[in-house]
Design a protein around this ligand. Structure first.
Ligand code: NIG
Ligand code: FE
Length: 409
């Protein structure tokens, strides 16, 4: 089935062979290649060709033609960091924070991740799948075409396997591209509070072999943070993961200068994520690497923390990706459109920079750059079609409104 879209007001993020799989970094981030008054031909979910209306070939064959005048077409968002599979929301902690408790204080009292972990033991795999699928459907309608999902609320062999099996089932039954990350090292479970070593052994000796055996994860993640996993522990867990071919994508520098960036880069991480707290040392370290710095402004917004220093990173010549961090504690939203607005309003990224970060660089942060992230011949036709809107900047500008008419996936 061939579909031809014509009269597209703007066809955004069009990239040719040469740069269709490369990170967009530094000054380049301000450039978002696009065509005005364009056509786009797709067949069986693959992009066949595109161009401007003046150059539309006369003999072009299509089974269906759609006029998209006044509408902007973009590649679907690539959300490279989420915890979308969870059993319960945590709005009581949200109220505790309104009354003045911090995220860390709540975690120390057994709330936070441990609260979600407790509830995770009670829910069946089937139920967990049933409540996760609608969340995935919701983010798809909001424009997300590819997503990474982490375990990390199991914190036991059975719990982590349950989560990862649910993620695999989502992969099998959804038309989103999904990557799975094993985050057994998200927090120390209560019963290992005084014996961290035993929990690390459990991860290395029991969880990893079984996860690898069932092929349940693409990546390994560690919450490298004061009060959670320190640099040495992170080092050991990433080394163990590498033996099973799991590349790192890690939580780093959310609350403190945790050393997470450096240890991630040492292990050639695909991405280091959060990065609220960044000094020149971390920036220089990233400049020597292929690791994608990934910013999660939704978590900074929801926890009312300072935002990630996007300008410092981009102005230093780095690429950045943006992701939601969708989770019940620090960002109960999987809406990439909101992330786009936060990036512009709070982190002073331009709309072009933010869109590069949500598409091309997000795809790279999941190693999906060969098939997604741009409008390029041969890539998957996963498209956002906007409502009639005045300009591209209207997307982040009209925060809270849904500008998406539909997605093609
Ligand atoms: O990325 N920081 C660690 N993990 C999550 C939060 C998880 C939770 O609070 O449930 C995050 O913010
Ligand atoms: Fe996270």
């Amino acid at each position: 089935m061939r579909t031809l879209f014509t009269h597209i007001k703007q066809l955004v993020q069009t990239r040719h062979k040469l740069n269709q799989a490369q990170a967009v970094r530094g000054k380049e981030m301000a450039i978002l290649p696009q065509l005005e008054n364009a056509w786009l031909l797709i067949e069986n979910n693959i992009i066949l060709d595109y161009g401007t209306m003046e150059q539309l070939p006369e003999n072009i064959h299509a089974d269906k033609t759609e006029n998209l005048s006044n509408r902007i077409v973009l590649p679907m968002w690539c959300d490279s960091h989420t915890h979308l599979v969870f059993s319960h929301s945590r709005e009581l902690e949200f109220i505790d924070r309104i009354h003045g408790l911090s995220y860390e204080e709540i975690a120390k009292r057994g709330g936070g991740i441990l609260n979600s972990a407790r509830r995770m033991q009670e829910i069946s795999e089937a139920e967990l799948y049933d409540i996760s699928l609608p969340k995935l459907e919701e983010v798809k309608q909001l424009g997300t075409g590819a997503i990474e999902i982490k375990s990390g609320y199991g914190l036991s062999v059975a719990g982590e396997l349950k989560m990862l099996r649910v993620i695999r089932k989502l992969m099998e039954n959804s038309n989103l591209d999904i990557k799975a990350s094993f985050l057994g090292a998200h927090a120390f479970p209560v019963e290992y509070k005084e014996n961290h070593e035993a929990y690390i052994q459990l991860i290395i000796e029991k969880m990893l072999p079984q996860i690898a055996d069932e092929g349940l994860a693409d990546y390994i993640d560690v919450f490298c943070e004061r009060g959670f996993f320190n640099v040495d522990e992170t080092d050991r867990i990433l080394t163990a993961g590498a033996k099973y071919g799991l590349k790192p994508k890690i939580h780093a520098n959310q609350l403190y200068n945790s050393g997470g960036v450096q240890i991630g880069v040492k292990h050639n991480a695909i991405s280091v994520d959060h990065l609220e707290t960044m000094d020149d040392e971390e920036v220089n370290c990233l400049l020597q690497s292929n690791t994608m710095p990934t910013l999660l402004p939704g978590a900074a917004f929801f926890l009312a923390m300072h935002y990630q220093p996007a300008r410092k990173l981009i102005d230093a010549g780095l690429p950045v990706a943006l992701a939601t961090d969708y989770n019940p504690g620090s960002c109960p939203s999987g809406n990439m459109n909101l992330i786009l607005s936060l990036a512009c309003t709070q982190m002073k990224m331009t709309p072009e920079e933010a869109i590069n970060a949500c598409t091309m660089n997000g795809a790279i942060a999941m190693e999906l750059q060969d098939t997604l992230g741009s409008i390029s011949i041969g890539k998957k036709a996963k498209l956002i079609i906007t409502k009639p809107i005045s300009s591209l900047a209207y997307l982040p500008y009209s925060f809270g409104s849904n500008c998406i008419e539909r997605v093609v996936i």
